[in-house]
Design a protein around this ligand. Structure first.
Ligand code: RM4
Length: 279
């Protein structure tokens, strides 16, 4: 039996919601009765139009399958807003939040998810590549979270839940990720500090630390015949790499105030047990 809808009437916004973890979260939130706005980097995916329309279809099916009596008739009824923007620019977070509120009236849950990772040897990382990782992953999270918090403090009722998608690599590093892992450690730190700063406004801030989730970020690094894929699978107690859906449940828990009302400043590992198996 699927769970009944848990966040009916909530409004959520997610950066980087067109693919990977952000998309998984968007679909689950929609199926649980939320209205969802996603940000995505325009012209980044060759099949952008297809990704946009299939997201709506997936969400429609997910809503219907969780709640067969849902009133939506056609795809346009899916309460999904798609907002193009480059999160490395402060305006993108502001725009996402403004459009979310204009369409859906408020903002209950904000997921800062957009991120990039180009696997590169440390000795060869160019200043441009380094800066791009910092700008997108860390500065992007900062700007977007600030925009979300500004909205959550001024709405009635005040408050909300902010979720930063960090990584297991915030804790352990990664040889070809010397420009990336510091950004993920930064997101964890950002969530701890914003939890401290925003508790008085009834805003909870938490970090999810995924282990290795199979997304387009690691298409090449973890291709099917690679030794690394075999190695990674071998050291995960649950025996498989993560899927975007594996992150969506923990995000739902943090969105559902009834389940997580006293959870803030937390770092939640979602890694199939990989971290405990690290030695
Ligand atoms: C993660 C972690 C994974 C890697 C992705 C791209 O944070 O390091 O192993 O596949 O990044």
């Amino acid at each position: 039996m699927p769970l009944p809808p848990l966040i009916t009437g909530q409004v959520a916004a997610i950066t980087g919601g067109l693919t990977g973890i952000g998309r998984g979260i968007a679909v689950l939130f929609l199926s649980h009765g939320a209205s969802v706005a996603i940000n995505y980097l325009p012209s980044h995916n060759a099949d952008e139009d297809k990704l946009l329309s299939s997201l709506r279809t997936e969400a429609f099916d997910a809503i219907k399958s969780r709640n067969p009596s849902a009133t939506l008739q056609n795809l346009e009824d899916v309460p999904l807003l798609t907002v193009p923007g480059d999160v490395s620019q402060p305006e993108a977070g502001q725009e996402l939040v403004a459009q979310t509120v204009a369409r859906f009236g408020r903002l209950d849950t904000f997921v800062s998810n957009a991120g990039i990772c180009k696997f590169e040897e440390f000795l060869e990382i160019s200043p441009t590549s380094y800066q791009r990782h910092i700008d997108t992953n860390l500065s992007g999270a900062f700007y977007a979270v600030q925009a979300a918090a500004q909205q959550m403090t001024k709405q009635e009722p005040q408050g909300g839940s902010i979720i930063g998608i960090s990584s297991i690599s915030a804790l352990v590093g990664g040889a070809q990720q010397c420009h990336y892992t510091p950004t993920k450690a930064g997101i964890l730190s950002l969530m701890q500090s914003t939890a401290t700063a925003l508790g008085k406004y009834n805003i909870r801030c938490n970090a999810l630390l995924p282990g290795t989730i199979r997304t387009q970020l690691n298409d090449e690094d973890l291709r099917d015949d690679s030794d690394k894929k075999t190695y990674m699978e071998g050291r995960i107690p649950l025996g498989r790499l993560g899927r975007p859906d594996d992150l969506a449940g923990p995000a739902l828990f943090l969105a559902a105030g009834e389940l997580s009302s006293y959870v803030t400043g937390a770092a939640i590992l979602v890694d199939g047990g990989a971290f405990v198996n690290f030695q």
